[in-house]
Structures are given as C-alpha cells and as structure tokens.
Design a protein around this ligand. Structure first.
Ligand code: DVN
Length: 279
C-alpha cells in the first residue's frame, strides 16, 4: 500500500470482519465435510467388520468358508450401483460362492411369524431356518446399499424395503430365499400365522418365491404349522392354504396342523422334549 495513502478505518474494520466471517464459515464447512466423510467411512468400515466377524463366527460351525472372499463377492452385487437398480440376479455370484449345509428333514420356512420361529430355533436345534445359515445369519437385520460413482458401502440413506423393488436388501433376501428353497429336501416345515386372514399371502417371499422353488425330486412333504392364539382367527381350512396346496409341486405331500403359540414356546423352553413331540 503507497505511503501517505488514506484508508477509511471503519471500512477497513468491515473488510477485516467480512474476511474473518468467510474464513470461519469455510473452516466450519470443512469440519462438517470431514466429519461426515469420516462418519460415512466409519459406517462402511463398521459394516464390513461386522460382516467378516459374523462370518468368521459362523465358520466355527462350517470351516470351509473364506470370509474375505465372500465379502468381496457380496459387495460387488451393489457397490457403485443405483440402489434402486440392484436386481436379485446381482447376487448370483454370491450364491454360487456359498453352499447351504445339508439339513434334510430339518428345514423350516415361515411367513409373518418371524419372532415366534426364531425364538424357537434359538432355543432348540430341531430346525434350520434361512437365518440360521451363513448368509442369513450374517445379514439378518442389516441394511446396506451403494451409490453410482462411489466404491463405498452405505448403511444410512438407503432405500427402504418398499421404496423400490430392486433395492440391495430386498433383492438379497429374495435371491437367498430362492436358493434356500431350491435346496429344500426331505420333510419340510413351514410356520404360518393363524392370527391373520391370509396366512399364505401371495405377495410374501414364502409364496412368491420359496414355494415356487419346492421340488418333489428332493422334497417329500410340506408340513404347515399354523400358529394360533386363544382367539384363533383362522384354521387349516383357510382358503389361502388351499391355494398353497394347489401351488405345491406334484408329488409333495401336504399337511397342516393348528398349534398354539404357547405350546411352541413351551417346547422351546423344555429341551428335553423330543423335537417330533413339539406339535
Ligand atoms: O421363509 C421365510 C424365510 O426363508 C425368508 O427368507 O423368507 C420367508 C419369510 O418372508 P415372507 O414370507 O415375506 O414373510 P414376512 O414375515 O412377510 O417378511 C419376512 C421379512 O421380510 C420381514 O420380517 C421383514 O424383515 P425384518 O425387517 O422384519 O427383518 C422383511 N419384510 C417383508 N416385507 C416387508 C419387510 N420389511 C419391511 N417392510 C416390508 N413391507
């Protein structure tokens, strides 16, 4: 600045104040951006470490799984993609990478009865549900998605179950349910809800995907356990259950039995009761 040049002191103060405000704002934006970036990447790191830990934990039961490889094949299904454009076929490689342990005569399917089924299978090892398999147990209850142009896994801001059909979570459950049903063998059990008017709902995964995969070359029977409360809403004569029978592959024997939830819970609490005597 030239010697002797006069500067208005008030104007000088205003300029300095403006510069400090802009500077403070830029610092604030940077702090928010960095912490948001760290949060998102922490979310992605946490998801991957949870996936690997649950997979390694399950490996104790079946030694042959390479969890790092399973993770790598899993994330390729959705990373970098529009989270509403991940069809169930995106998980084909994942299904090819992991096989279900054989569980003939012990496989259990379910619909609108998640809590009572898993309360039972947690207490007794009579049956195996999809959520008791490697992929089902690792991912049950988790949310994940990707985004175009990003190599990250996001666990927030993902589409909800009904927001779009081809979202990463719904497509995963559709694909893995199809594979689980395709491996159904021997006498198979399905726990359905006798407290609703349509225990066999055509839009459910059980009806729209799993029953269509049941195959009489490996599966002998489907035994429906219709879980009822004291004020039972329906029974085994329900119209939707007749639809279920019609949809079953020829040669698969069908049976249905009404069982109170309290009886199922009692059997779960008495491990000395043989599995076959539970209902
Ligand atoms: O046989 C089982 C099992 O193998 C599973 O893989 O599929 C069968 C159960 O699916 P289903 O027949 O559709 O039975 P539900 O009870 O209607 O739905 C099963 C699960 O899908 C629900 O428990 C939801 O999972 P969540 O959030 O409770 O862990 C999920 N789901 C279904 N419809 C949904 C939904 N989640 C959110 N919104 C919806 N509209």
């Amino acid at each position: 600045m030239e010697h002797g040049e006069y500067r208005n002191p008030r104007k000088k103060r205003r300029t300095r104040c403006l510069a400090m405000t802009v500077c403070a704002f830029l610092v604030l934006v940077t702090v928010i951006a960095v912490s948001l970036g760290l949060t998102l990447s922490n979310g992605a790191d946490k998801f991957k470490s949870t996936f690997i830990a649950k997979c390694e934990g399950f490996k104790e039961k079946s030694k042959r799984n390479d969890c790092q490889k399973i993770w790598s094949v899993f994330e390729q299904a959705y990373v970098g993609r529009d989270p509403c454009k991940v069809p169930m076929e995106a998980y084909d490689s994942l299904i090819a990478t992991t096989a279900f342990d054989p569980a003939c005569n012990r496989m259990m399917f379910w619909s609108k009865t998640k809590d009572v089924v898993h309360d039972f299978t947690e207490k007794r090892d009579c049956f195996v549900t999809l959520e008791d398999t490697l992929l089902g147990s690792v991912l049950d209850g988790l949310t994940w998605c990707g985004k175009e142009g990003s190599s990250e896994t996001f666990t927030t801001g993902c589409p909800g179950w009904s927001d779009c059909d081809d979202n990463p979570v719904r497509s995963f459950w559709n694909r893995v349910s199809s594979a689980f049903a395709g491996s159904a063998c021997g006498d198979v059990t399905a726990m359905l809800n006798g407290s609703i008017a349509t225990p066999f709902s055509p839009t459910s995964i059980f009806a729209s995907i799993e029953v269509k995969r049941f195959n009489s070359t490996t599966m002998k029977s489907l035994n429906v356990v219709l879980v009822t409360q004291d004020n039972a809403v329906t029974n085994c004569t329900n119209a939707s259950l007749k639809d279920l029978q019609k949809e079953l592959d020829q040669g698969i024997k069908y049976n249905c039995k009404e069982v109170t939830e309290s009886k199922i819970q009692a059997c779960g609490s008495h491990p000395e009761t043989p599995c076959g005597a539970c209902w």
